[in-house]
Design a protein around this ligand. Structure first.
Ligand code: OAD
Length: 236
């Protein structure tokens, strides 16, 4: 496995919420602690939910934004940033909206599901950086429509550029690491399969089994914050 990383000329890393778990950011589907175990995504993470009750949706995301603002990158995020310095040509694709990879020093992160730290106009779909944060939701300073988090909701398209870049990175990789994702949500879950179909070695890093496990060349059972620094340690 280490030799695959040493010899790789293009490595793609796909991350999910599990990599941020050790930073205190909740995952989605884990029993008890996962967000979707405690909240109904249909009431909070769809365009219909926002149309029905924009204040509820805005306030829920404001709570999550606060959690994320208090979180710091953990050894897993830092190891990926280090890997990008040590190994040539490492593309990082994330399903996470927390921005912790960037805080860890990773650059050019392909964000498939947006970023909760950003806000956009619900009508114009344009990013809005400066607005009065009094009302819930706040109002777009240019058109008066409600503002919403710049994340992908159920039933929405992924940002096309990000999806194309991610798919290209998966198809062009000779090694793909799937880290901290349940591999249940498409199209992200299709990326390791695209990599496998194109002859890549696929490595999963996760304490639990996922639908990818039987297809992966290696399944490293453990927490990202333990496993990734050990991998990097083997490199130098
Ligand atoms: P899930 O909650 O579905 O899966 C989290 C995965 O992380 C599980 O497989 C856990 O076993 C694993 N895990 C937990 N702790 C870990 C650790 N310390 N190290 C490594 N792995 C760990 O979260 P995602 O796969 O990210 O979409 O979910 C995908 C998408 O579904 C999210 O981006 C979100 C959600 O609905 C949107 O919001 C659009």
């Amino acid at each position: 496995m280490i030799s695959a990383l040493r010899e790789s000329s293009h490595t793609t890393v796909l991350t999910g919420s599990g990599i941020s778990a050790e930073s205190g950011v909740p995952t989605f589907r884990e029993a008890q602690t996962g967000l979707w175990a405690r909240f109904d995504p249909k009431e909070l993470a769809t365009p219909e939910a926002f149309d029905r009750d924009p204040a509820l949706v805005w306030d829920w995301y404001a709570w999550r934004r606060k959690l994320v603002a208090e979180a710091r990158p953990n050894p897993g995020h830092l190891a990926i940033a280090e890997m990008q310095r040590l190994v040539p040509n490492v593309t990082l694709v994330t399903q996470n909206v927390d921005g912790l990879h960037q805080l860890a020093g990773s650059r050019e992160v392909i964000e498939l599901h947006g970023n909760i730290r950003r806000t956009k106009c619900a009508a114009e779909d344009t990013r809005v950086d400066v607005f009065e944060d009094g009302e819930s939701p706040p109002i777009c300073p240019s058109c008066g429509a409600p503002l919403r988090p710049d994340v992908v909701w159920f039933g929405e398209m992924l940002p096309l550029g990000a999806l194309e870049a991610a798919s290209m990175a998966a198809r062009g990789a000779d090694l793909l690491l799937s880290v901290g994702t349940s591999n249940l949500v498409y199209p992200a879950a299709g990326l390791p399969i695209e990599a496998l179909d194109n002859g890549a070695t696929v490595v999963e890093i996760n304490p639990s089994e996922t639908p990818l496990t039987p297809h992966a060349d290696y399944a490293l059972r453990g927490q990202a914050g333990d496993v990734l620094p050990r991998l990097i340690g083997e490199l130098s």
